[in-house]
Write a protein that binds this ligand. Structure first.
Ligand SMILES: Nc1ncnc2c1ncn2[C@@H]1O[C@H](COP(=O)(O)OP(=O)(O)OP(=O)(O)O)[C@@H](O)[C@H]1O
Ligand SMILES: [Mg+2]
Length: 299
């Protein structure tokens, strides 16, 4: 399978949300990484055919997706960022409704619903109304509906938002299991969600595609550039001015910090093995609030 975007641009009036995006997806898991407003949802909505691009073409196996029409949509599973639910529906009723929308053969529906509820660990809640669900449970129900038609192309917009750590690990394992014979695109801010499972990572910033590469190739970029430094807390502001600063740790009057710098930032700085979160900082450090970095460290 091959999904190809050629110079896709999306404008909302004056705002250019996507600019000239060209990329190719074949079977595998693709992590769409970018800060708020980068264009991730816009890109996924275009691929899910709920939004039309202003310019550019999209082909699936060399055929224009708008010519393929329902044949394309039948291949899709889509988890929107804000998955709307009818609060008075039970999980079961909701999945029946989605199954009908997707045109699943009637005789398969009940078995498929039970299967999907089991996959997202919601079987005991089958007959419970959605208004009683927690945020994470709703998210899991959203993942279940996206998988109902066994989609060849799975589009997940921040699928792990609201999931607790245990469910995040289960989700990661599920995606790895599903990855064969499918194209899976998932957007996230959480680099650890995709570090281990993404075959490729796409970095979006201000509507532009900055990188599409395998995780290890991205990490190679930062070889010899990630450092552990220790310095008096009073010098922290100076450090922020000169370098991209990641996690910091207060130790008495001193600060230990992870720093991205092309040259050794201080005599006692020790080289670290780059991680995907360093890549995130490298590309987006300038748009991240210092406060946010501080808060990040406390979680
Ligand atoms: N319906 C709309 N009308 C006008 N501008 C929009 C609309 N939807 C999105 N935008 C703008 O387009 C840009 C990209 O938005 P998008 O929702 O695709 O970003 P995102 O990467 O999904 O962000 P987030 O991480 O916050 O979900 C943003 O600047 C946003 O304000
Ligand atoms: Mg979004």
């Amino acid at each position: 399978m091959k999904l190809e975007l050629n110079k896709v641009t999306k404008k909302y009036k004056e705002k250019v949300a996507l600019h000239d995006i060209s990329c190719t997806f074949t079977n595998g898991v693709y992590g769409l990484l970018g800060p708020n407003g980068a264009g991730k949802t816009t890109l996924l909505r275009i691929l899910a055919d709920v939004l039309k691009p202003t310019n550019g073409t999209i082909t699936f196996n060399e055929q224009n997706i708008y010519k393929l029409d329902y044949k394309y949509r039948d291949l899709l599973g889509y988890l929107p960022q804000d998955c709307g639910f009818y609060p008075n529906f039970t999980a079961h009723r909701y999945l029946q409704y989605i199954a009908a929308l997707k045109g699943l053969p009637k005789q398969q529906v009940e078995q498929k619903i039970d299967e999907m509820l089991a996959v997202v660990h919601l079987t005991p809640y089958k007959k419970v109304k959605i208004r009683k669900f927690s945020g994470g449970m709703k998210q899991r129900l959203g993942i279940a509906q996206s998988l109902l038609n066994d989609p060849k192309l799975l589009l997940l917009d921040e699928p792990t938002a609201g999931l607790d750590p245990k469910e995040r690990i289960r989700f990661r394992n599920l995606i790895s299991e599903l990855a064969q014979e499918r194209i899976i695109l998932l957007s996230t801010h959480i680099t650890t969600d995709i570090e281990a499972i993404a075959s490729e990572i796409i970095i979006l910033k201000d509507g532009q595609l900055l990188e599409q590469n395998k995780p290890d190739k991205l990490l190679e970029k930062l070889q010899q550039q990630v450092w552990h430094v220790s310095l008096p807390a009073t010098q922290l502001n100076e450090l922020y001015k000169r370098h991209i600063v990641g996690h910091i740790h207060q130790k008495g009057n001193d600060i230990e910090a992870r720093v991205i710098a092309t040259k050794q930032p201080s005599d006692d700085a020790i080289l670290q093995t780059p991680r995907l979160e360093d890549i995130y900082l490298y590309y987006f450090g300038d748009v991240m609030d210092k406060q946010e970095v501080n808060n990040d460290d406390q979680t």
